[in-house]
Write a protein that binds this ligand. Structure first.
Ligand SMILES: *Cc1c(COP(=O)(O)O)cnc(C)c1O
Length: 371
């Protein structure tokens, strides 16, 4: 089965192989602390930041929760920028840790409107931090973090950016964007297996955590507990060393790939054009991510029928969507290892066959309603 979903993505052989290497005790072997630190420095380099990075043992969701757990104190006002499923979802994490989320919700078909946010910030004050999603994967929505995050910082609002499905396919410049906590995952455009989350954390974010009046209400999701791992030679829990070997190999692959963003952009554009030429309707009206394309399920067709025929006839797995978009959209993940011309072309030709066949079936049902 060819995996063309918006994460987890295909994993290259060199990443799979290093996960079977002999391991040491990552708590006690001092060499591992250097290995971990170098891997973190590589993440910071690739995300264009002087801020330190941390690798946490847990899926992408852990990073989002850790950011909210570590920043939120009971009663804190948090601005949740919502133009997609993950965008809105941040409000749940804020509430779980006693915060008071203010949802700035806008049309899910459109990217966040920086001018509207600027107007809003003139009127509403007192937010400790804001959350936003770089690429909201269920709709393939890309938000302009380079424009919006500095705006929030102007008002003294810390920023938490979920780029789990954005980074390594769309440009992320943490320092230029003044992002306080950037959340990444292993299994999207980086194309390592699922299981790790990575964060870059600014000095402002650390200061805010250190200035808390109440303790962070989590052990596993406490970012501060990673702050001095290198000096103390102590991790809050045992690091998943084989996962980190795989992550390092995937980071090397990304770093050595000189055309990584250009290729993602070309293949995304090719996908959107092909989909439109098939007569399908893109879900987004603006904010197209280079990593995933979502189109509407045509009238009278079922998302499940499209996905099933893609799998059964063509051996290709693509994805539906979920939450409020469940059943409405079909998504192709052209990110990471999936983002190669041969696989994207094969997927699009298969999609053409599937849509044409299902349309014919539909037309014949209309002519012979009893059959
Ligand atoms: C995949 C993803 C996550 C992490 O979700 P997991 O279920 O842990 O993989 C977070 N945010 C976005 C936007 C994602 O696409």
């Amino acid at each position: 089965m060819k995996i063309m979903t918006p994460g987890p993505t295909q994993v290259r052989e060199n990443v799979r192989m290093v996960r079977s290497l002999e391991t040491t005790n990552p708590d006690l072997d001092l060499a591992f602390y250097d290995y971990y630190k170098e891997t973190c420095e590589q993440i910071s380099r690739l995300m264009h930041t002087k801020n330190p990075s941390y690798i946490l043992g847990g899926e992408g969701i852990l990073g989002l929760e850790a950011a909210c757990a570590s920043l939120t104190e009971p009663g804190d006002r948090v601005l949740v920028l919502d133009n997609g499923v993950f965008g809105k979802g941040f409000a749940d994490f804020v509430r779980l840790y006693g915060g008071d989320p203010y949802l700035f919700s806008s049309d899910y078909h459109e990217e966040l409107d920086a001018d509207a946010i600027a107007l809003f910030l003139e009127q509403e004050h007192g937010f400790k931090y804001a959350t936003l999603v770089h690429c909201d994967t269920p709709s393939g929505m890309l938000n302009d973090i380079l424009r919006i995050c500095p705006l929030l910082k102007q008002y003294g609002i810390l920023t938490v950016v979920d780029s789990v499905a954005g980074a390594f396919g769309n440009e992320v410049k943490v320092d230029e964007s003044q992002i306080d906590i950037l959340c990444l995952g292993s299994q999207k455009a980086l194309s390592a297996p699922a299981g790790l989350t990575m964060l870059t954390v600014s000095p402002d974010a650390i200061r805010s955590m250190e200035a808390r009046k109440t303790p962070i209400a989590s052990f596993y999701a406490n970012i501060l507990s990673f702050n001095t791992y290198y000096e103390d030679k102590w991790f809050p829990y045992t690091m998943p060393i084989s996962d980190i070997y795989g992550l390092k190999a995937a980071l090397d692959n990304a770093e050595q790939d000189t055309d990584i963003l250009g290729r993602h952009q070309r293949l995304a554009e090719m996908t959107r054009n092909f989909v439109k030429d098939l007569g399908l309707e893109l879900y987004n009206h603006s904010g197209y991510s280079n990593t995933v394309t979502a189109f509407k399920v045509p009238e009278g067709m079922k998302a499940s029928a499209i996905l099933e025929r893609m799998r059964m006839v063509h051996g290709i797995m693509i994805a539906g969507s979920f939450d409020v978009l469940a059943g409405e959209l079909v998504r192709i993940g052209h990110m990471g290892e999936n983002a190669n011309e041969a696989d994207v072309q094969e997927t699009l030709l298969a999609l053409k066959e599937v849509i044409e066949t299902l349309s014919e079936n539909q037309a014949s049902r209309l002519h012979f309603p009893d059959k």
